[in-house]
Design a protein around this ligand. Structure first.
Ligand SMILES: [Fe+2]
Length: 427
């Protein structure tokens, strides 16, 4: 017996197909489990979702004329989802013209407020509820004023809304380029409308529970992609998220609130000396979803990375704000990794631990056939949901439309909110 006869078998690759292409075809054929938030992701419309669809959500889909005959919600087909980081990075990597609708709006917002029967602050500095206004009926002047109001107040809430999917999308398109997510569940036929539905993700293997629901707020490696971890949406985009609407067409009467935190106020919580240190710094921001590195596919999923200013200036208000969040801001450029970790941890805490810079939005109770809409400015805020309904109610269901905004910038001559409003900056 020659030595050649006992040599171990060697992995043979098809020489004519590059390795990355072979992996891509295996993943897209469904033979390999794709990196996903859920363990049992379904691609395309999901007939199983219809079985647990809340009545209010079903009614609105029917009234909007959305075709759910093949299932609901829909996830992009497996072939359409990018496998590699370079493909995902290339999505919207070109500058897209952006018009800041709030910039030249009437600062008194007379047209918008004239349509309201009441204007109710949710807290002193964050959040406003407009009563008596139907979003579907707003004219362009009122939409401009609303954009400014949201930029100033972080989040604006509208109850008893009759808002079709088409009208929700139209509003987003008025305020910017609507984001179409390559991976998340969405309304069939409307890739710009993301479905927010925790009971569905639980039915697919999301293991949220009373014990683990907030662990990401200590360290994002514990379920950091969950919506209960305080975060800002889509910070890895070249032009990150701006005005974002979330319309709940179904909600428990009590529970499932969303909290919003002000980035202007987070900045103003810092000492004047520390503000000066942070002004002009840049940081690396990452995506929530992961993709494979074509040159190192066996290393597992990696996140899209993008560099933005750590302190930004809002184009409508002109105010400075702190642009960080615990799960998606990775490192500050120009300081050591240890310094970056310590500073970022402090900045995350500033956002999350100050109760006077946040507001809590209650979605319910919702009348069948109506909904509650909250529109927030994703640039100047963080948000998180609560999961106190603990799946005892299966009724929390919403749709989200995100308008992408400007390429982030820092204007060294811009002021903080409290400076601009003449509020005390006592230390
Ligand atoms: Fe979010």
């Amino acid at each position: 017996m020659s030595s050649a006869d006992v040599s171990p078998p060697t992995l043979k690759l098809k020489a004519e197909v590059p390795l990355d292409k072979e992996i891509e075809s295996i993943i897209k054929s469904g033979k390999a489990k794709r990196a996903s938030n859920y363990q049992q992701a379904v691609y395309g419309p999901d007939p199983e979702g219809l079985k647990i669809l809340p009545e209010g959500a079903r009614l609105r889909l029917l009234e909007s004329g959305v075709d759910i005959s093949k299932g609901y919600p829909a996830k992009p087909n497996a072939e359409a989802i990018p496998v590699y980081l370079d493909e995902a990075y290339a999505i919207r990597n070109e500058e897209y013209p952006y018009v800041e609708r709030g910039k030249n709006a009437d600062p008194e917002k007379k047209a918008l407020f004239a349509a309201a029967t009441a204007v109710i602050p949710l807290t002193k500095h964050v959040g406003t509820e407009l009563v008596g206004v139907q979003l579907a009926d707003l004219n362009d002047k009122q939409k401009d004023e609303l954009a400014l109001l949201i930029a100033e107040r972080i989040v604006v809430v509208f109850k008893d809304q009759k808002l079709s999917h088409q009208k929700q999308l139209e509003l987003g398109e008025y305020w910017g380029q609507v984001e179409k997510h390559p991976q998340t569940i969405q309304v069939p036929g409307f890739p710009g409308i993301t479905t927010i539905w925790v009971d569905y993700s639980r039915s697919k293997g999301n293991s949220v529970s009373f014990k683990n629901v907030d662990l990401g707020n200590w360290d994002p490696k514990y379920n950091g992609g969950a919506s209960t971890t305080t975060h800002t949406d889509l910070v890895h985009e070249k032009q990150p998220a701006g005005l974002t609407s979330l319309h709940h067409d179904s909600s428990p009467d009590v529970g499932g609130d969303t909290l919003f935190y002000s980035g202007y106020a987070a900045y103003d919580k810092l000492s004047e000396e520390f503000k000066r240190f942070l002004d002009g710094k840049k940081a690396v921001y990452v995506s929530a979803h992961g993709y494979l590195d074509r040159n190192d596919p066996f290393a597992g999923p990696k996140k899209i990375e993008r560099v933005h200013p750590l302190v930004r200036t809002h184009p409508a208000t002109g105010w400075k704000f702190l642009f960080v969040n615990r799960s998606m801001t990775k490192r500050i450029l120009g300081v050591s990794p240890v310094e970056s970790d310590i500073i970022l941890k402090y900045l995350f805490d500033i956002y999350e631990k100050n109760a006077d810079i946040q507001a809590r939005v209650k979605w319910g109770p919702i009348k069948l056939g109506y909904g509650t809409t909250a529109i927030w400015d994703n640039r100047v805020s963080q948000h998180r949901t609560t999961w106190d309904h603990e799946a005892k109610s299966t009724s929390r269901h919403g749709t989200r439309v995100t308008a992408l905004a400007e390429i982030p910038y820092f204007d060294p001559n811009s002021k903080s909110q409290r400076e601009a409003l003449g509020l005390p900056l006592d230390e």
